[in-house]
Ligand binder design. Structure first.
Ligand SMILES: *[C@@H]1O[C@H](CO)[C@@H](O)[C@H](O)[C@H]1NC(C)=O
Ligand SMILES: *[C@@H]1O[C@H](CO)[C@@H](O)[C@H](O)[C@H]1NC(C)=O
Ligand SMILES: *[C@@H]1O[C@H](CO)[C@@H](O)[C@H](O)[C@H]1NC(C)=O
Length: 461
């Protein structure tokens, strides 16, 4: 959830981020706090016998099917599913038309225990060598229990390719969560950037922790079996429960939600990067046993090809707070309004924000619908670096149009309806003005800038 505690930490950490991901914002605008106050629905989890968690028909039928990107550039997927009764087949059959599967791939299977809960058989299968921008059909399971799904691969990496992401965090498994997922599916967005806190199964005890991880897997299948969800871990994934003898962090999460971390040369599934269409996505976790600064540098600086139009950063804070979806609009400026405008003075190391138009935009999304209810208390008065805030459940979309334009929308769940309440057009100033480029250079960012393709500099007046 989005709360105000922990802000200081937020800023201190961003100092480093800003020093790497240069971003340009042109104007500061008046702050807005939405007057919307949602009617309180009970934030209770959907009962296990509800159809939202229905177990698929057939003996040992695959359930909890979900996919994620399987490589760095989007030509692979990892397909995961669970068979409840016995290991069954690890095979995925796939092809270009429904019911005609010219290819097969073999995955792996594993199971684990969590206190007195025994998991089903968790299958993971990497499918590589896919064509870009192509619809693939796939089938898993055998005989009467076989199940069919499909997914669309992203277009080839290109700064001008249009692509629409969804942004969801703190989802849980309440009726609010169900609204969020249903509204999200109406948007036509193609990939979910999931900013942490998946099932909230850690609010349960003993056997039920595992049971609620399973129900959540069945709950998200309606979307996650058909399009990748790019995972990052939150505090509710830690599942540190010493009273039950469970002291290894992330055990449930890591068994169930694989990530393509080796392809970005990360040593941990909690930290990785992928490129998809026109975006470069960097996933971080403050909970992993790595030094924050070190890992961040590795993720960013190891890539010689820093040209992607947009960097998106997902970060999870220790204690109290949150998830921050940071659109690090590298060389972007606000074209319209409602833009957070934060700059960190790199040379002084000041942890306090001061206005600067070369700062990134920070967007905090964390109200998918979980049991903890809404965080309604905002800092008063609204700080001038805060452009818009609203206490409601919902999700966001980020639609990248081309190298110069992207559109961000916040969609709240308003008593069953999807209501777009905040939007923002982002204009990439990098592609427009050499003046700003020189300015960035002056800000000690030369080493990053020189990596940009020479051919583009001709576009700058
Ligand atoms: C995994 O499944 C096998 C076969 O059913 C079983 O013998 C084993 O105990 C299970 N392992 C764990 C860790 O639950
Ligand atoms: C940044 O900090 C340095 C060192 O404290 C100072 O000299 C400089 O004026 C500051 N720049 C801005 C833009 O505040
Ligand atoms: C980029 O997208 C914006 C918004 O759709 C459009 O107005 C603009 O013409 C596009 N630019 C190019 C070069 O296609």
């Amino acid at each position: 959830m989005l709360k105000n505690k922990g802000k200081e930490l937020f800023f201190a950490q961003s100092l480093l981020l800003s020093s790497i991901l240069l971003s340009c914002i042109n104007h500061a605008h008046a702050s807005v706090t939405s007057a919307f106050v949602r009617l309180e629905w009970p934030s209770v989890d959907i009962p296990l016998d509800n159809e939202a968690f229905a177990v698929p028909k057939g003996y040992n039928a695959p359930q909890q099917v979900h996919i994620t990107q399987g490589d760095y550039d989007g030509k692979a997927v990892i397909i995961s599913w669970v068979t409840p009764d016995k290991p069954g087949s690890n095979q995925v059959r796939y092809g270009l038309s429904d019911g005609k599967y010219d290819f097969t791939a073999e995955g792996t299977v594993q199971n684990y225990t969590f206190y007195n809960y025994k998991s089903g058989y968790i299958h993971q299968c990497l499918i590589g060598g896919l064509e870009y921008d192509t619809k693939y059909y796939y089938e898993i399971g055998v005989g009467n229990s076989a199940r069919k799904f499909w997914f669309q691969t992203p277009p080839k990496i290109d700064p001008d390719v249009s692509y629409k992401f969804g942004i969801i965090g703190d989802l849980g498994q309440t009726f609010n969560s169900l609204s969020t997922i249903q509204h999200y599916m109406e948007t036509g967005a193609q990939t979910v950037l999931f900013v942490g806190d998946l099932s909230y199964a850690d609010r349960y005890e003993n056997h039920d922790v595992g049971v609620r991880w399973d129900s959540w897997g069945r709950f998200i299948e309606q979307s996650a079996a058909y399009q990748p969800w790019i995972w990052s871990a939150g505090n509710h994934e830690i599942d540190y429960m010493p009273h039950m003898g469970e002291i290894i962090p992330f055990r449930n999460y890591l068994h169930r939600y694989p990530t393509p971390y080796p392809s970005s040369r990360s040593s941990s599934p909690l930290w990785y990067a992928v490129r998809r269409a026109s975006a470069h996505i960097i996933v971080l976790s403050s909970y992993s046993p790595f030094v924050y600064n070190t890992e961040w540098s590795v993720l960013q600086l190891k890539r010689p090809d820093l040209e992607p139009f947009l960097d998106e950063l997902i970060e999870i804070k220790p204690e109290h707070v949150h998830h921050r979806f940071s659109v690090h609009l590298k060389k972007l400026e606000s074209w319209n309004y409602r833009v957070s405008n934060i700059h960190y003075n790199i040379s002084s190391g000041s942890p306090f924000p001061t206005p600067d138009r070369s700062a990134p935009i920070y967007i905090t999304v964390g109200d998918g619908g979980n049991q903890e209810g809404l965080a309604q208390r905002f800092k008063d008065p609204q700080p001038d670096y805060s452009a818009f805030r609203e206490a409601s459940y919902g999700h966001s979309t980020l639609e990248i149009k081309n190298r110069t334009h992207a559109i961000y929308h916040w969609n709240r769940n308003d008593d069953g309806k999807r209501v777009p309440t905040d939007s923002l057009v982002l204009h990439n100033q990098y592609w427009g003005h050499s003046r700003r480029r020189r300015k960035l250079k002056k800000n000690h960012l030369h080493s990053v800038i020189v990596n940009f393709p020479r051919s583009e500099s001709g576009r700058e007046g």
